[in-house]
Design a binder for this molecule. Structure first.
Ligand code: FE
Ligand code: ZN
Ligand code: FE
Length: 179
């Protein structure tokens, strides 16, 4: 669909976000499986439940206006998720991998925040007050998820750093790279 009005652009962005949420619902269980930290697993699992509600929220907005939420593919989210899963699959060290899972998940959250910020602004302008409120709720949840991940990174990044040093100490001096 080529949007030719702000209303059409609004619906295009909402469909894109709906597809993004569906992609995240598929990706999160794999990230939970790959995570070592129980706290990180719990945070991702909690966000999986919230993400299901967020997708349902968009479906509710479409139902109210008698339209369908399907028909858009979020290529951006596809790329963000693909890049993260490629990176996570390459990392053997569990602490470094957890740090990478956090970094990937935060990219997802920020990408969503950008989309929901625009969609909420359009809803307000178009007088879709209920939708604006629902979109603000989701935006707040994405921000909260991002802050939780920042908090977890504070300890997990340090563990990843220590792990790197232990690895270095185990490596015989001769084979260590100087430059
Ligand atoms: Fe979401
Ligand atoms: Zn997109
Ligand atoms: Fe999210």
């Amino acid at each position: 669909m080529k949007p030719n009005s702000l209303r059409e652009l609004y619906l295009e962005q909402l469909r894109d976000l709906h597809d993004a949420e569906r992609q995240i619902i598929k990706a999160l269980p794999k990230m939970i499986d790959a995570a070592q930290s129980e706290e990180l697993q719990d945070a991702l699992a909690e966000h999986l439940d919230i993400t299901r509600e967020q997708a349902a929220r968009i479906e509710r907005i479409f139902k109210q206006i008698g339209e369908k939420p399907s028909g858009e593919k979020c290529k951006g989210m596809q790329g963000v998720i693909q890049e993260g899963s490629d990176l996570i699959a390459e990392i053997k060290n569990p602490n470094v991998r957890d740090a990478a899972i956090i970094a990937s998940a935060q990219r997802v959250e920020h990408y969503e925040m950008a989309g929901y910020g625009s969609a909420r602004a359009y809803a307000e302008l178009l007088g879709e007050d209920d939708a604006a409120q629902l979109l603000q709720q989701t935006l707040s949840e994405e921000k909260e998820a991002d802050e939780t991940l920042t908090g977890l990174a504070e300890s997990i990044n340090v563990e990843a750093e220590n792990e790197g040093e232990e690895e270095e100490a185990r490596t015989p001096r001769k084979t260590r790279r100087v430059a």
